[in-house]
Design a protein around this ligand. Structure first.
Ligand SMILES: *Cc1c(COP(=O)(O)O)cnc(C)c1O
Length: 359
């Protein structure tokens, strides 16, 4: 790769904001409703502010966050659109004040927090309905226990979250029905209703709700079906050293790989402290000069070794550990499969210690 004359150091991630925007647009067109892009956890490691700024072009309904601080960060960057906190907010006055000060729409699922929101001034909020995750919000079959609060301070929105939308196991349909049943019990039907994550949009196509809440797909993670995202993240690392390793000698800690022939081993300047996963030792691959080369031996904190026998390369060359180079592509899902981790873990791990370059 000769694309990067600027010295970004030994390793960096390139974030393709146009790919992010195209992935988001594709989902919105499929669902036929606006988006609430989930930009929690720093947009899954891609950078919440740059991602949200790029997605402004799609005129989204708002942005989804999990913490007050994430919402405040968007506000601090001048994003004026709605921000919805999908994690039920804590029932304390300080949180209520912070939500209101930042203009964040909270969600609640228990009576104390709803009452506190009402007592501190009320305003827009969304009811979090748990239809099977068993992790947040009021159970769909216990919504009636909130009748008093819902009557006194009706939510402007309501939502639920699928646990297995990527599986064809019927659970999505069961959860959607539970959500409809919960809505029937509410004193008034909220104006804003939302349910689908990336996998549900890919599976179900057009939405019957107000907007959809995708995350992973926007950032380049395939979520089942035949609809594939464009890669949005490229993890690059330079060749920092090259060694001729005689047959019979090992590479890296614990000597988990031994050369069976005279081998040329390139050391890439990214390890498990810089975005790579240790589980890729002897399993992953990289792209160098448009060709796939296998990872050999254990990763170290700062280095990943690849077998470049027979490939012309030198120190300073740029390898790709995630993403595209030429016609070769290593998608996040491949890295996840090779390391036995979820693609979400692969993406969010990129936050640690790797400079970001937006392209
Ligand atoms: C993270 C999250 C999403 C997005 O899920 P993806 O699988 O990344 O599309 C949607 N809704 C809620 C409540 C979430 O927490």
């Amino acid at each position: 790769m000769q694309l990067h004359p600027a010295d970004h150091g030994r390793a960096w991630i390139e974030i393709d904001l146009e790919a992010v925007t195209r992935n988001a647009r594709a989902l919105s067109m499929r669902a036929r409703v606006p988006l609430l892009p989930m930009v929690k956890d720093d947009a899954y490691g891609l950078g919440a502010v740059p991602v949200a700024r790029a997605l402004e072009a799609l005129d989204p309904w708002g942005y989804g966050v999990v913490t007050v601080a994430e919402g405040e960060e968007l506000r601090g960057a001048g994003i004026g659109r709605r921000v919805l906190m999908t994690c039920p907010a804590e029932a304390n006055a300080r949180t209520m004040h912070a939500l209101r000060a930042a203009g964040i729409t909270p969600s609640f699922g228990e009576p104390k927090a709803i009452r506190m929101w009402m007592m501190t001034g009320g305003g827009d909020w969304h009811l979090s309905v748990d239809t099977g995750m068993n992790y947040a919000g009021v159970r769909w079959d216990e919504v009636d226990t909130l009748a008093g609060e819902l009557g006194a301070c009706p939510p402007s929105g309501a939502f639920t979250h699928f646990h297995s939308a990527e599986l064809d196991d019927g659970s999505m349909e069961v959860q959607a029905q539970r959500f409809r049943d919960a809505l029937d019990v509410l004193p008034t039907r909220p104006q804003v209703l939302h349910v689908e994550n990336s996998a549900a949009i890919v599976r179900a196509a057009s939405s019957e709700w107000t907007f959809v809440r995708p995350g992973a797909f926007i950032y380049g993670v395939a979520r089942g079906g035949t609809m594939l995202p464009e890669p949005a993240v490229h993890l690059r690392a330079r060749v920092v050293d090259i060694h001729d390793v005689p047959a019979g000698e090992s590479v890296s800690y614990d000597a988990t790989w031994t050369a069976t022939r005279p081998s040329r081993i390139a050391t890439l300047g990214a390890g498990y402290a810089t975005g790579c996963r240790r589980a890729l030792g002897n399993k992953g691959s990289a792209i160098l000069h448009g060709r796939r080369v296998p990872v050999v031996g254990a990763l170290t904190m700062n280095f990943t070794m690849v077998d470049v026998t027979g490939l012309a390369c030198e120190r300073g060359d740029v390898a790709t550990l995630i993403g595209a180079d030429g016609d070769e592509l290593i998608v996040v899902n491949d890295v996840a499969a090779a390391s036995g981790l979820s693609p979400y873990e692969i993406l969010t791990a990129l936050r640690s210690g790797v400079p970001r370059v937006y392209v």
